[in-house]
Design a protein around this ligand. Structure first.
Ligand SMILES: [Zn+2]
Length: 435
Protein backbone atom coordinates (compact mmCIF):
# COMPACT_ATOMS: atom_id res chain seq x y z
CA UNK A 1 0.00 0.00 0.00
CA UNK A 2 1.24 3.50 -0.87
CA UNK A 3 2.45 5.21 2.28
CA UNK A 4 3.82 8.39 0.70
CA UNK A 5 1.38 10.99 1.96
CA UNK A 6 1.75 14.66 1.07
CA UNK A 7 1.02 17.28 3.70
CA UNK A 8 -1.93 18.40 1.58
CA UNK A 9 -3.55 14.99 1.42
CA UNK A 10 -3.14 14.57 5.18
CA UNK A 11 -4.76 17.98 5.79
CA UNK A 12 -7.71 16.94 3.64
CA UNK A 13 -7.80 13.66 5.52
CA UNK A 14 -8.46 15.51 8.78
CA UNK A 15 -11.61 17.07 7.30
CA UNK A 16 -13.13 13.87 5.90
CA UNK A 17 -16.54 12.76 7.14
CA UNK A 18 -16.10 8.98 7.02
CA UNK A 19 -19.81 8.24 6.65
CA UNK A 20 -20.23 10.77 3.85
CA UNK A 21 -17.16 9.37 2.13
CA UNK A 22 -18.63 5.85 2.18
CA UNK A 23 -21.88 7.16 0.68
CA UNK A 24 -19.89 8.93 -1.99
CA UNK A 25 -18.14 5.63 -2.70
CA UNK A 26 -21.57 4.14 -3.38
CA UNK A 27 -22.29 2.38 -0.07
CA UNK A 28 -25.96 2.14 0.84
CA UNK A 29 -26.76 3.81 4.18
CA UNK A 30 -28.00 0.51 5.67
CA UNK A 31 -24.79 -1.25 4.64
CA UNK A 32 -22.83 0.92 7.08
CA UNK A 33 -22.84 -0.33 10.66
CA UNK A 34 -22.06 2.20 13.37
CA UNK A 35 -20.15 0.89 16.36
CA UNK A 36 -19.31 3.81 18.67
CA UNK A 37 -16.84 6.00 16.83
CA UNK A 38 -16.18 3.18 14.36
CA UNK A 39 -17.95 2.34 11.11
CA UNK A 40 -17.95 -1.24 9.85
CA UNK A 41 -18.54 -2.21 6.24
CA UNK A 42 -17.82 -5.10 3.90
CA UNK A 43 -14.29 -4.67 2.60
CA UNK A 44 -14.28 -3.49 -1.03
CA UNK A 45 -10.60 -4.40 -1.38
CA UNK A 46 -10.68 -8.11 -0.69
CA UNK A 47 -14.36 -8.19 -1.71
CA UNK A 48 -15.63 -9.63 1.52
CA UNK A 49 -19.36 -10.24 1.70
CA UNK A 50 -19.49 -12.27 4.86
CA UNK A 51 -17.91 -10.22 7.60
CA UNK A 52 -17.81 -6.47 7.94
CA UNK A 53 -14.05 -6.55 8.21
CA UNK A 54 -13.29 -3.02 7.05
CA UNK A 55 -13.24 -0.56 9.92
CA UNK A 56 -13.23 3.20 9.61
CA UNK A 57 -12.36 5.30 12.63
CA UNK A 58 -14.43 8.47 12.33
CA UNK A 59 -12.30 10.37 14.87
CA UNK A 60 -8.80 9.23 14.03
CA UNK A 61 -9.72 9.40 10.31
CA UNK A 62 -8.12 6.04 9.87
CA UNK A 63 -9.12 2.70 8.38
CA UNK A 64 -7.98 -0.90 8.38
CA UNK A 65 -9.25 -4.32 7.36
CA UNK A 66 -9.35 -7.05 9.98
CA UNK A 67 -8.71 -9.78 7.43
CA UNK A 68 -4.97 -10.45 7.68
CA UNK A 69 -4.61 -11.50 4.04
CA UNK A 70 -6.12 -8.25 2.79
CA UNK A 71 -3.81 -5.54 1.40
CA UNK A 72 -5.79 -3.08 3.56
CA UNK A 73 -4.91 -4.97 6.74
CA UNK A 74 -2.07 -2.56 7.55
CA UNK A 75 -4.54 0.32 7.25
CA UNK A 76 -3.94 4.01 6.63
CA UNK A 77 -5.62 7.42 6.50
CA UNK A 78 -9.12 7.55 5.00
CA UNK A 79 -7.90 9.45 1.95
CA UNK A 80 -5.82 6.39 1.02
CA UNK A 81 -8.85 4.11 1.24
CA UNK A 82 -10.71 6.43 -1.09
CA UNK A 83 -7.76 6.54 -3.50
CA UNK A 84 -7.46 2.74 -3.60
CA UNK A 85 -11.16 2.10 -4.07
CA UNK A 86 -11.60 4.79 -6.68
CA UNK A 87 -8.37 3.82 -8.42
CA UNK A 88 -6.89 7.31 -8.09
CA UNK A 89 -3.61 8.79 -6.93
CA UNK A 90 -3.58 10.29 -3.43
CA UNK A 91 -3.49 13.79 -4.90
CA UNK A 92 -6.52 13.08 -7.10
CA UNK A 93 -8.35 11.58 -4.15
CA UNK A 94 -7.55 14.58 -1.96
CA UNK A 95 -8.78 16.99 -4.65
CA UNK A 96 -11.96 15.00 -5.14
CA UNK A 97 -12.69 14.85 -1.42
CA UNK A 98 -11.90 18.52 -0.95
CA UNK A 99 -14.37 19.40 -3.69
CA UNK A 100 -16.88 17.38 -1.72
CA UNK A 101 -19.44 17.01 -4.48
CA UNK A 102 -19.59 15.37 -7.87
CA UNK A 103 -19.45 17.48 -10.96
CA UNK A 104 -22.12 17.27 -13.58
CA UNK A 105 -19.78 15.68 -16.11
CA UNK A 106 -20.87 12.11 -15.49
CA UNK A 107 -24.51 12.39 -16.57
CA UNK A 108 -23.37 14.05 -19.76
CA UNK A 109 -21.01 11.15 -20.57
CA UNK A 110 -23.71 8.58 -19.87
CA UNK A 111 -26.30 10.40 -21.95
CA UNK A 112 -23.92 10.54 -24.89
CA UNK A 113 -23.20 6.84 -24.55
CA UNK A 114 -26.92 6.02 -24.45
CA UNK A 115 -27.62 8.03 -27.59
CA UNK A 116 -24.81 6.22 -29.42
CA UNK A 117 -26.11 2.82 -28.29
CA UNK A 118 -29.51 3.68 -29.74
CA UNK A 119 -27.79 4.49 -33.02
CA UNK A 120 -26.00 1.12 -32.70
CA UNK A 121 -22.66 2.90 -32.69
CA UNK A 122 -21.33 0.58 -30.03
CA UNK A 123 -17.62 1.34 -30.41
CA UNK A 124 -18.07 5.05 -29.75
CA UNK A 125 -20.59 4.37 -26.98
CA UNK A 126 -18.07 2.13 -25.27
CA UNK A 127 -15.48 4.90 -25.26
CA UNK A 128 -17.85 7.22 -23.40
CA UNK A 129 -18.81 4.53 -20.93
CA UNK A 130 -15.17 3.67 -20.23
CA UNK A 131 -14.42 7.33 -19.66
CA UNK A 132 -17.35 7.65 -17.24
CA UNK A 133 -16.21 4.52 -15.47
CA UNK A 134 -12.69 5.84 -15.09
CA UNK A 135 -13.74 9.19 -13.74
CA UNK A 136 -16.62 7.99 -11.56
CA UNK A 137 -15.80 4.46 -10.49
CA UNK A 138 -18.25 4.68 -7.59
CA UNK A 139 -21.16 4.44 -10.02
CA UNK A 140 -21.60 0.71 -10.50
CA UNK A 141 -24.47 1.22 -12.93
CA UNK A 142 -21.89 2.35 -15.47
CA UNK A 143 -20.15 -0.97 -15.04
CA UNK A 144 -23.42 -2.78 -15.78
CA UNK A 145 -23.87 -0.72 -18.91
CA UNK A 146 -20.36 -1.64 -20.02
CA UNK A 147 -21.12 -5.32 -19.33
CA UNK A 148 -24.33 -5.24 -21.30
CA UNK A 149 -22.61 -3.47 -24.17
CA UNK A 150 -19.92 -6.20 -24.23
CA UNK A 151 -22.69 -8.79 -24.55
CA UNK A 152 -24.39 -6.74 -27.24
CA UNK A 153 -21.12 -6.79 -29.19
CA UNK A 154 -20.77 -10.55 -28.73
CA UNK A 155 -17.92 -10.47 -26.18
CA UNK A 156 -19.41 -12.87 -23.71
CA UNK A 157 -16.32 -13.26 -21.52
CA UNK A 158 -15.78 -9.55 -21.07
CA UNK A 159 -19.49 -9.07 -20.34
CA UNK A 160 -19.45 -11.83 -17.77
CA UNK A 161 -16.37 -10.37 -16.05
CA UNK A 162 -17.86 -6.88 -15.84
CA UNK A 163 -21.15 -8.20 -14.48
CA UNK A 164 -19.31 -10.25 -11.86
CA UNK A 165 -17.35 -7.18 -10.80
CA UNK A 166 -20.53 -5.09 -10.73
CA UNK A 167 -22.38 -7.66 -8.62
CA UNK A 168 -19.48 -7.74 -6.17
CA UNK A 169 -19.44 -3.96 -5.93
CA UNK A 170 -23.19 -3.82 -5.31
CA UNK A 171 -22.87 -6.63 -2.79
CA UNK A 172 -20.07 -4.94 -0.85
CA UNK A 173 -21.97 -1.65 -0.81
CA UNK A 174 -25.16 -3.31 0.37
CA UNK A 175 -27.35 -2.87 -2.69
CA UNK A 176 -28.62 -6.44 -2.47
CA UNK A 177 -31.54 -6.20 -4.88
CA UNK A 178 -29.25 -5.17 -7.69
CA UNK A 179 -26.71 -7.82 -6.68
CA UNK A 180 -29.35 -10.53 -6.78
CA UNK A 181 -30.68 -9.54 -10.17
CA UNK A 182 -27.17 -9.59 -11.66
CA UNK A 183 -26.37 -13.00 -10.14
CA UNK A 184 -29.64 -14.40 -11.40
CA UNK A 185 -28.61 -13.33 -14.85
CA UNK A 186 -25.08 -14.73 -14.45
CA UNK A 187 -26.49 -18.04 -13.22
CA UNK A 188 -28.40 -18.28 -16.47
CA UNK A 189 -25.31 -17.41 -18.49
CA UNK A 190 -23.06 -19.91 -16.67
CA UNK A 191 -24.98 -22.26 -14.39
CA UNK A 192 -21.94 -24.25 -13.22
CA UNK A 193 -19.61 -21.32 -12.66
CA UNK A 194 -18.12 -21.82 -9.21
CA UNK A 195 -17.62 -18.19 -8.39
CA UNK A 196 -21.20 -17.26 -9.31
CA UNK A 197 -22.55 -20.09 -7.18
CA UNK A 198 -20.45 -19.10 -4.20
CA UNK A 199 -21.29 -15.42 -4.43
CA UNK A 200 -24.95 -16.18 -4.93
CA UNK A 201 -24.88 -18.45 -1.89
CA UNK A 202 -23.34 -15.72 0.30
CA UNK A 203 -25.92 -13.33 -0.97
CA UNK A 204 -28.77 -15.69 -0.04
CA UNK A 205 -27.15 -15.95 3.39
CA UNK A 206 -27.24 -12.19 3.78
CA UNK A 207 -30.81 -12.02 2.52
CA UNK A 208 -31.89 -14.36 5.29
CA UNK A 209 -32.41 -17.29 2.91
CA UNK A 210 -29.98 -19.83 4.38
CA UNK A 211 -31.78 -22.81 2.79
CA UNK A 212 -31.29 -21.41 -0.70
CA UNK A 213 -27.69 -20.66 0.18
CA UNK A 214 -27.16 -24.19 1.47
CA UNK A 215 -28.63 -25.72 -1.69
CA UNK A 216 -26.15 -23.83 -3.82
CA UNK A 217 -23.21 -24.68 -1.56
CA UNK A 218 -24.18 -28.35 -1.64
CA UNK A 219 -24.04 -28.26 -5.45
CA UNK A 220 -20.55 -26.81 -5.10
CA UNK A 221 -19.55 -29.56 -2.69
CA UNK A 222 -20.69 -32.19 -5.20
CA UNK A 223 -18.66 -30.41 -7.84
CA UNK A 224 -15.52 -30.42 -5.65
CA UNK A 225 -16.02 -34.05 -4.69
CA UNK A 226 -16.10 -34.94 -8.39
CA UNK A 227 -12.95 -32.91 -8.91
CA UNK A 228 -11.34 -34.69 -5.90
CA UNK A 229 -10.62 -31.42 -4.15
CA UNK A 230 -11.02 -32.28 -0.46
CA UNK A 231 -9.71 -28.98 0.89
CA UNK A 232 -12.37 -27.06 -0.99
CA UNK A 233 -15.00 -29.53 0.18
CA UNK A 234 -13.99 -28.92 3.80
CA UNK A 235 -14.01 -25.16 3.33
CA UNK A 236 -17.45 -25.01 1.73
CA UNK A 237 -18.86 -27.38 4.30
CA UNK A 238 -17.55 -25.16 7.11
CA UNK A 239 -19.27 -22.23 5.45
CA UNK A 240 -22.46 -24.26 5.35
CA UNK A 241 -22.22 -24.87 9.08
CA UNK A 242 -21.72 -21.17 9.62
CA UNK A 243 -24.88 -20.48 7.60
CA UNK A 244 -27.00 -23.16 9.27
CA UNK A 245 -25.39 -23.93 12.64
CA UNK A 246 -28.45 -25.85 13.91
CA UNK A 247 -28.72 -28.20 10.94
CA UNK A 248 -27.91 -31.74 12.09
CA UNK A 249 -27.62 -33.11 8.56
CA UNK A 250 -24.96 -30.62 7.59
CA UNK A 251 -23.02 -31.41 10.78
CA UNK A 252 -23.23 -35.10 9.95
CA UNK A 253 -21.98 -34.40 6.45
CA UNK A 254 -19.06 -32.37 7.85
CA UNK A 255 -18.27 -35.23 10.24
CA UNK A 256 -17.72 -37.61 7.35
CA UNK A 257 -15.84 -35.02 5.33
CA UNK A 258 -13.43 -34.26 8.21
CA UNK A 259 -12.88 -37.98 8.75
CA UNK A 260 -12.20 -38.36 5.04
CA UNK A 261 -9.33 -35.89 5.21
CA UNK A 262 -7.96 -37.33 8.46
CA UNK A 263 -9.14 -34.51 10.77
CA UNK A 264 -10.38 -36.93 13.39
CA UNK A 265 -10.65 -34.57 16.34
CA UNK A 266 -12.83 -32.21 14.34
CA UNK A 267 -14.85 -35.11 12.98
CA UNK A 268 -15.56 -36.30 16.52
CA UNK A 269 -16.60 -32.82 17.61
CA UNK A 270 -18.98 -32.38 14.68
CA UNK A 271 -20.37 -35.86 15.26
CA UNK A 272 -21.21 -35.01 18.84
CA UNK A 273 -22.95 -31.80 17.80
CA UNK A 274 -24.82 -33.65 15.03
CA UNK A 275 -26.00 -36.33 17.47
CA UNK A 276 -27.27 -33.71 19.95
CA UNK A 277 -29.05 -31.76 17.21
CA UNK A 278 -30.68 -34.94 15.88
CA UNK A 279 -31.86 -35.77 19.41
CA UNK A 280 -33.30 -32.28 19.77
CA UNK A 281 -35.22 -32.91 16.54
CA UNK A 282 -36.42 -36.18 18.05
CA UNK A 283 -34.54 -38.13 15.37
CA UNK A 284 -32.93 -40.74 17.58
CA UNK A 285 -32.08 -43.23 14.85
CA UNK A 286 -30.18 -40.59 12.85
CA UNK A 287 -28.27 -39.66 16.03
CA UNK A 288 -27.33 -43.29 16.57
CA UNK A 289 -26.40 -43.74 12.90
CA UNK A 290 -23.85 -40.95 12.92
CA UNK A 291 -22.44 -42.09 16.26
CA UNK A 292 -22.19 -45.68 15.02
CA UNK A 293 -20.51 -44.48 11.89
CA UNK A 294 -17.95 -42.44 13.79
CA UNK A 295 -17.15 -45.05 16.43
CA UNK A 296 -16.68 -47.61 13.67
CA UNK A 297 -14.43 -45.39 11.56
CA UNK A 298 -12.44 -43.48 14.16
CA UNK A 299 -11.37 -45.63 17.09
CA UNK A 300 -10.52 -44.17 20.49
CA UNK A 301 -13.46 -41.73 20.86
CA UNK A 302 -14.44 -42.83 24.36
CA UNK A 303 -16.82 -39.96 25.05
CA UNK A 304 -18.76 -40.74 21.88
CA UNK A 305 -18.90 -44.41 22.77
CA UNK A 306 -20.41 -43.26 26.06
CA UNK A 307 -22.87 -40.96 24.33
CA UNK A 308 -23.90 -43.79 22.01
CA UNK A 309 -24.35 -46.07 24.97
CA UNK A 310 -26.46 -43.44 26.68
CA UNK A 311 -28.70 -43.03 23.65
CA UNK A 312 -29.01 -46.78 23.25
CA UNK A 313 -30.08 -47.27 26.85
CA UNK A 314 -32.34 -44.24 27.22
CA UNK A 315 -36.05 -44.75 26.81
CA UNK A 316 -37.36 -42.42 24.10
CA UNK A 317 -38.85 -39.25 25.47
CA UNK A 318 -37.70 -39.16 29.11
CA UNK A 319 -37.44 -35.84 30.91
CA UNK A 320 -33.98 -34.29 31.02
CA UNK A 321 -33.65 -34.99 34.78
CA UNK A 322 -33.99 -38.73 34.35
CA UNK A 323 -31.64 -38.90 31.34
CA UNK A 324 -28.78 -37.55 33.47
CA UNK A 325 -28.77 -40.51 35.80
CA UNK A 326 -29.18 -43.35 33.31
CA UNK A 327 -25.64 -43.78 32.02
CA UNK A 328 -24.29 -45.73 35.00
CA UNK A 329 -27.42 -47.25 36.45
CA UNK A 330 -29.26 -48.88 33.54
CA UNK A 331 -28.25 -52.26 32.12
CA UNK A 332 -27.51 -52.02 28.42
CA UNK A 333 -30.30 -53.50 26.30
CA UNK A 334 -27.93 -55.85 24.52
CA UNK A 335 -26.51 -57.27 27.75
CA UNK A 336 -28.07 -60.65 27.09
CA UNK A 337 -26.75 -60.66 23.52
CA UNK A 338 -23.10 -60.67 24.59
CA UNK A 339 -22.64 -64.34 23.70
CA UNK A 340 -23.85 -63.81 20.15
CA UNK A 341 -21.84 -60.69 19.90
CA UNK A 342 -18.58 -62.43 20.85
CA UNK A 343 -19.51 -65.47 18.74
CA UNK A 344 -20.02 -63.21 15.72
CA UNK A 345 -16.56 -61.74 16.24
CA UNK A 346 -15.09 -65.22 16.58
CA UNK A 347 -16.78 -66.21 13.34
CA UNK A 348 -15.28 -63.16 11.65
CA UNK A 349 -11.83 -64.18 12.81
CA UNK A 350 -12.43 -67.78 11.67
CA UNK A 351 -13.37 -66.52 8.22
CA UNK A 352 -10.23 -64.37 8.17
CA UNK A 353 -8.05 -67.39 9.01
CA UNK A 354 -9.44 -69.31 6.03
CA UNK A 355 -11.30 -72.61 5.42
CA UNK A 356 -8.49 -74.90 6.67
CA UNK A 357 -8.40 -73.26 10.10
CA UNK A 358 -9.36 -75.39 13.12
CA UNK A 359 -9.94 -73.29 16.24
CA UNK A 360 -8.34 -74.23 19.56
CA UNK A 361 -10.80 -75.69 22.06
CA UNK A 362 -10.81 -74.20 25.56
CA UNK A 363 -11.61 -76.19 28.71
CA UNK A 364 -14.02 -74.44 31.18
CA UNK A 365 -11.18 -73.92 33.70
CA UNK A 366 -8.79 -72.36 31.16
CA UNK A 367 -6.77 -69.54 32.80
CA UNK A 368 -7.86 -67.11 30.09
CA UNK A 369 -11.53 -67.68 30.92
CA UNK A 370 -10.85 -67.09 34.63
CA UNK A 371 -9.08 -63.84 33.81
CA UNK A 372 -11.92 -62.65 31.59
CA UNK A 373 -14.47 -63.50 34.30
CA UNK A 374 -12.60 -61.46 36.89
CA UNK A 375 -12.48 -58.53 34.51
CA UNK A 376 -16.15 -58.77 33.55
CA UNK A 377 -17.43 -59.16 37.10
CA UNK A 378 -15.71 -55.98 38.24
CA UNK A 379 -17.19 -53.90 35.44
CA UNK A 380 -20.11 -51.50 35.39
CA UNK A 381 -22.63 -51.83 32.58
CA UNK A 382 -21.07 -48.85 30.89
CA UNK A 383 -17.60 -50.34 31.12
CA UNK A 384 -18.84 -53.59 29.59
CA UNK A 385 -20.43 -51.64 26.81
CA UNK A 386 -17.14 -49.85 26.15
CA UNK A 387 -15.33 -53.17 26.21
CA UNK A 388 -17.63 -54.49 23.52
CA UNK A 389 -16.86 -51.52 21.34
CA UNK A 390 -13.17 -52.06 21.96
CA UNK A 391 -13.41 -55.74 21.06
CA UNK A 392 -15.31 -54.98 17.86
CA UNK A 393 -12.75 -52.32 16.84
CA UNK A 394 -9.90 -54.69 17.55
CA UNK A 395 -11.38 -57.38 15.31
CA UNK A 396 -11.45 -54.92 12.40
CA UNK A 397 -7.80 -54.08 13.03
CA UNK A 398 -6.77 -57.70 13.43
CA UNK A 399 -8.45 -58.64 10.16
CA UNK A 400 -6.63 -55.90 8.30
CA UNK A 401 -3.29 -56.73 9.93
CA UNK A 402 -3.66 -60.42 9.16
CA UNK A 403 -4.30 -59.67 5.50
CA UNK A 404 -1.26 -57.35 5.46
CA UNK A 405 0.87 -60.12 6.93
CA UNK A 406 1.53 -58.24 10.19
CA UNK A 407 -0.15 -61.01 12.20
CA UNK A 408 0.82 -64.67 11.77
CA UNK A 409 -1.71 -67.55 11.72
CA UNK A 410 -0.54 -68.58 15.22
CA UNK A 411 -1.10 -65.08 16.58
CA UNK A 412 -4.50 -64.95 14.96
CA UNK A 413 -5.40 -68.21 16.65
CA UNK A 414 -4.34 -66.80 20.04
CA UNK A 415 -6.45 -63.69 19.54
CA UNK A 416 -9.38 -65.84 18.47
CA UNK A 417 -9.02 -67.92 21.65
CA UNK A 418 -9.08 -64.73 23.70
CA UNK A 419 -12.44 -63.85 22.14
CA UNK A 420 -13.67 -67.36 22.81
CA UNK A 421 -12.57 -66.95 26.46
CA UNK A 422 -14.63 -63.76 26.79
CA UNK A 423 -17.61 -65.49 25.30
CA UNK A 424 -17.38 -68.47 27.67
CA UNK A 425 -16.74 -66.23 30.69
CA UNK A 426 -19.90 -64.27 29.93
CA UNK A 427 -21.93 -67.46 29.49
CA UNK A 428 -20.69 -68.72 32.88
CA UNK A 429 -21.61 -65.45 34.62
CA UNK A 430 -25.09 -65.44 33.05
CA UNK A 431 -25.68 -69.09 33.99
CA UNK A 432 -24.71 -68.47 37.65
CA UNK A 433 -26.99 -65.40 37.85
CA UNK A 434 -29.95 -67.42 36.62
CA UNK A 435 -29.24 -70.30 39.04
ZN1 LIG B 1 -10.10 -6.30 3.29
Amino acid sequence: MNTEFSLDSLQVNETIDAHGMLLQMGYQPDAIVKDGKLLRVFCPIHKDQIRRSLILDTEEKYFNCQYTQCPAHTGGPLVALYAICMDMTLTEAANRLRAGVQTQVEPILLEKAQALIEQQNYGEAMNYLLQAREEFPENTITRCKIASLHLERGDRDAGFREYMAAAEEFGVKGDLDKTLSIYNMLMMMAPTNERVRRQMAYLYGRLGRPRDAADLLKLLIDQYIQESNPNQVVRICEELVELLPQDAQIRAMLTEIYAGVGQNVRAAKECETAAHLYMEEGNRSAALDILDWLVENIPGQDHLVELRYKLHTEQPGPTPETTQATAESVEPPDEGGWGDFAADLEAELDATAGPTYTPQELTPDDARITMCRQQLEGMSALERYKLKTFLADTVSEVKANYRNGLISPTELDQIRSFYRAFSIAKEQIDAERKA
